[in-house]
Design a protein around this ligand. Structure first.
Ligand code: NAD
Ligand code: UDP
Length: 337
C-alpha cells in the first residue's frame, strides 16, 4: 500500500516508516518540521536501502494534503502530526487545539475529497480517566485532564462520529503507553528539543553528560518502591503495531481502538537501574516533590491488540535502555541540522 504518514519525520513516525518499508508498503512522509529535522530521512534511507518521499508542508493545509493524497495514489493514512507536550498545552491551549484538532479536520476533509478511506491515528493512554483500575482496558472510562489529552480524546470522538455516519471508512485509534528506546542500529531515536520532559530521554542525557542528574518526581506513591510506574514500550514494537493496525484496518469499515503497551509497569527507579546497566555507570539522581498532574501508576491490558491484530510487544526494558543508549551515545546532540 501507499501510505501517507503525517508528522513523518518525527520519533515514532520515522520508526514506523522503516517498519512499513520492511513490510513492503510505501510510506510517503509529510512534515512541517516543527519538532523534527529532515536529516532523519538519510537514516531511514541507509537502513531501508530506499529513500521515502518527504513532503514539506502542514497537515492543516487541506489543499496541500489532498494533492499529496491524489499525486501519490495513497491507500491509507497514519496520522502522527501533532504537538505533544502536556505542560506547553496548558500554557498554549490554542496552539494545541489548532494543530491537533484543526489538523485532523483538514486531513479528514482531504481524505474525503480524495476518496481515501483508511486512517490510523496516534492516540494516547492519557485519554483514560485517572480513576480507572490497572491494567487499562479499551472499554475503560475516558476523561482527559489537560488540553493535550483533550485534543486526543476529541479526535477519537470525531473519528467515531465520522465512521458512524459513513459506513465506508475504517478509522483506528492506537492508544500508546510510554514509547521509548531507539532503532537497534543506534542511527535513529528520540531527539527532543531543549530539556526533555519525559523520563527516558532525560535519563539518556544524564548518562551522556548533557544533564547533571535526574530529578525523581516523588518516592511516596503507593507503588513497590514509591516512585511512579509506567508501561514503557519499545518504539520498534510500537512501529510494528502500526503496520499490524494498517494491515488489519484497511477495508474493514468502522472505528476501532487498541491499546499499544506491554502490560508491564516499571518504576522510575527500575528505569534508572536498567539504564545504568546499559551504559555501564551509576546514574546520579535526587528525589524531589511529585510533579503536578502525575498518576501513581499506569499500564495497559494489551490483550485486545494481541487477539485482533495478532500483535504484541516483545522487547524488554533492558533492550529499550540498550538501544536508547546506543542512539544517545552515538548522537549526543541528536540529528544534525
Ligand atoms: P514528534 O514530535 O517526534 O512527531 C510529531 C511530528 O509531527 C514531528 O515531526 C512534527 O514536526 C510533526 N508535526 C507537528 N505538527 C505538524 C503539522 N501541523 N503539520 C505537519 N507536521 C507536523 O512526536 P512523537 O513522540 O513521534 O509522537 C507522534 C504522535 O504520537 C503524536 O501525535 C503524539 O501526540 C502521539 N503520542 C506520543 C507519545 C509519546 O510519548 N511520544 C505518547 C502518546 C501519543
Ligand atoms: N519522571 C521523573 N523525572 C523526570 C521525568 C519523569 O521522575 O525528569 C517520572 C514521572 O513522574 C513519571 C515517570 O517518570 O512517574 C514517567 O514520566 P514521563 O513524563 O516520561 O511519562 P508520563 O508521565 O507522561 O506517562
Amino acid at each position: 500500500m501507499q501510505i501517507l504518514v503525517t508528522g513523518g519525520a518525527g520519533y515514532i513516525a520515522s520508526h514506523t516508516a522503516l517498519a512499513l518499508l520492511e513490510r513492503g508498503h510505501v510510506p510517503v512522509l509529510l512534515d512541517n518540521f516543527v519538532n523534527s529535522k529532515p536529516a532523519v530521512l538519510d537514516r531511514i534511507a541507509a537502513l531501508a536501502g530506499t529513500r521515502p518521499v518527504l513532503l514539506r508542508g502542514d497537515v492543516r493545509d487541506g489543499a496541500f494534503v489532498e494533492q499529496a493524497l491524489r499525486e501519490h495514489r495513497i491507500d491509507a493514512v497514519i496520522h502522527f502530526a501533532a504537538l505533544k507536550a502536556v505542560g506547553e498545552s496548558v500554557a498554549k491551549p490554542l496552539d494545541y487545539y489548532d494543530n491537533n484538532i484543526h489538523g485532523t479536520l483538514a486531513l479528514l476533509g482531504a481524505m474525503r475529497r480524495a476518496g481515501v478511506k483508511t486512517l490510523v491515528f496516534s492516540s494516547s493512554a492519557t485519554v483514560y480517566s485517572a480513576d480507572q483500575p490497572m491494567p487499562l482496558r479499551e472499554d475503560g472510562a475516558l476523561g482527559a485532564v489537560n488540553p493535550y489529552g483533550r485534543t486526543k480524546l476529541m479526535v477519537e470522538n470525531i473519528l467515531a462520529d465520522v465512521a458512524a455516519a459513513d459506513p465506508s471508512v475504517s478509522f483506528t485509534s492506537l492508544r500508546y503507553f510510554n514509547p521509548v528506546g531507539a532503532h537497534p542500529s543506534g542511527t535513529m531515536g528520540e531527539d527532543p528539543r531543549g530539556i526533555p520532559n519525559n523520563l527516558m530521554p532525560f535519563v539518556a542525557q544524564v548518562a551522556v553528560g548533557r544533564l547533571p542528574r535526574l530529578r525523581v518526581f516523588g518516592n511516596d506513591y503507593p507503588t513497590p518502591d514509591g516512585t511512579g510506574m509506567r508501561d514503557y514500550i519499545h518504539v520498534c514494537d510500537l512501529a510494528e503495531g502500526h503496520v499490524a493496525a494498517i494491515d488489519h484496518g484497511h477495508g474493514k469499515a468502522g472505528s476501532h481502538v487498541f491499546n499499544l503497551g506491554t502490560g508491564t509497569g516499571s518504576s522510575v527507579l527500575d528505569v534508572v537501574k536498567a539504564f545504568g546497566q546499559a551504559c555501564g555507570k551509576d546514574l546520579p539522581y535526587e528525589v524531589v516533590p511529585r510533579r503536578a498532574g502525575d498518576v501513581a501508576a499506569c499500564w495497559a491490558d494489551p490483550a485486545y491488540a494481541e487477539k485482533v491484530l495478532g500483535w504484541r510487544a516483545t522487547r524488554t526494558m533492558q533492550t529499550m535502555c540498550e538501544d536508547a543508549w546506543r542512539w544517545q551515545s552515538a548522537n549526543p546532540n541528536g540529528y544534525p541540522d
